[in-house]
Design a protein around this ligand. Sequence first.
Ligand code: AMP
Length: 216
Amino acid sequence: MRIILFGSPGVGKGTQAKILSSKFNIAHISTGDILRKAVKDQTPMGIKAQSVLNRGELVSDDIMIGLIKDTLQQPECKNGFILDGFPRSTAQAIALDALLMELNIKDIHLLAITADEEELVQRLTQRRVCKQCGSLFNYFDIKDKTNCPVCDAGNSFYQRDDDSEKVIRYRIEIYKNTTKPVLDYYEGRKKVIYINGAGEVDNITNDILSKLEPDK
Ligand code: AMP
């Protein structure tokens, strides 16, 4: 199974990608997570990307396309993968199509999750991440607990630097101007499966599973 998970920041891509990757036993490729790790490790790519990430802007297409080219050829992607956060521009979508052709990958499901803009802002300002296992939570669900309910690490919750309201609104603007047009590129080329991202996580997962067709 190969999936592109498309949608605005805060729409629930990361949460659903984690569930789907464990359900189908496929690699979860979050370009945001890869970049944040590179920043933490201060690799050459991380040093270049750090200020861009903090401002909520997009890292250059050249860097991102190179990163995805390397990643999709790793053995862990052989059984399938779910792309979370890529492509984010039409240039990235065109490069991805060329790469999939090169790798002889024909079946890929495109899921576009949608949600109301104010709900996205609220979700992102309340989002917390476990620094140990990367699980995502709403602040109000965890505030009285000290341990991560997924990996049991203590005091491990943090807020991403780019989850402040000002940066969130900027990221959503970039999504509308640069990332959303990717759907226009895909319309007519691939079947776009639209998913309503409002509501309970389990219901959204069930909706996705009911709409995903098996590979041919
Ligand atoms: P995310 O965790 O998906 O919200 O991504 C966090 C940040 O990483 C974004 O705001 C961008 O700065 C950067 N980023 C992640 N994926 C991409 C991409 N495909 N193209 C450009 N920048 C990206």
